[in-house]
Ligand binder design. Sequence first.
Ligand code: CP
Ligand code: NVA
Length: 318
Amino acid sequence: MTITDSTNSTRHLLDVTDFTVDEIRQILALAEQPIESLGRPLAGLGVSLIFEKPSNRTRHSMEMAVVQLGGHPVYTRGEEVGFDTREPVEDIALIMEGYHALIAARVFEHSTVTRMAAVVGVPVVNMLSDQSHPLQAFADALTMQQCLGDLSGKTVAYVGDYNNVSRSLGEICAMLGMHLRFASPHGFGAPEAELERLALLGAPSVEQSVRPAEAVTGAHAVHTDTWVSMGQEAEKQQRLQQFEGFTVDAAMMSLADPEAIFMHCLPAYRGIEVTADVIDGPQSVVFQQGHNRLHAARGALAFLLGVRPEAQESEGGS
Ligand code: CP
Ligand code: NVA
């Protein structure tokens, strides 16, 4: 058995911060390129997609991104492979690298994807963990760029739980030069060190409040997510009470920039974290955002497989 040296140069997508700002821009550029221009870097190759949690967008967008890049996606449920129950995470990954050009997983514990990445010589992609959701963040940035133009200097507000989605959103927005505003109830916000980390990534300002109105006022994009993430179902009743007052409604949206967009990674719970008139209203871009999951996934996979945007090829990329 050959165990790949963990110091190998294989690139992984475990977090947004695995990439430089320039590389993030290249992935976003690849996401906008016609499919045919990307070639078929996965021709004749497989991609493993393992899901420990349910999914609609991530499974379908990743399967179709693989198909559009010429490859064959193989879906497996987490229970089937049995991370650390049927066999060790490392054994699963080492077997799969013999079959596939890329391994992607949606996991409970982030360490599952870092452990896989440490032993294999093919890219590992995090399709959502307890820590982060980088593929969502790429689609979010793509959508904001399409709607708002250059994001540098614009303000993004996130109202709700500081969770996997908001952490990755904060990272990509900070790296693209956006002002960050978070609003969460006491005990559900980002720790101070986390806000400092986001500022160091490049955000011109990072603010957090327990008053959603403060975060949303003048913002160009207002995001929220479920108050009860997958795996937190037992806390549901308590959380619904703890997040009272954090529903994004029309009154809250009226405080944002008049041209502001509303965004949600979905699935959404109407009447809980967002009212139906907002998510189904004219400022909402949630379906564009959801469809962009495919384009962003295709761009990210193409980048990991060595494809570079057309305009940058002659410059050699970086
Ligand atoms: N936003 C998102 O990741 O959706 P799914 O859970 O349906 O994949
Ligand atoms: N924060 C949510 C995102 C779902 C796409 C969760 O982890 O369940």
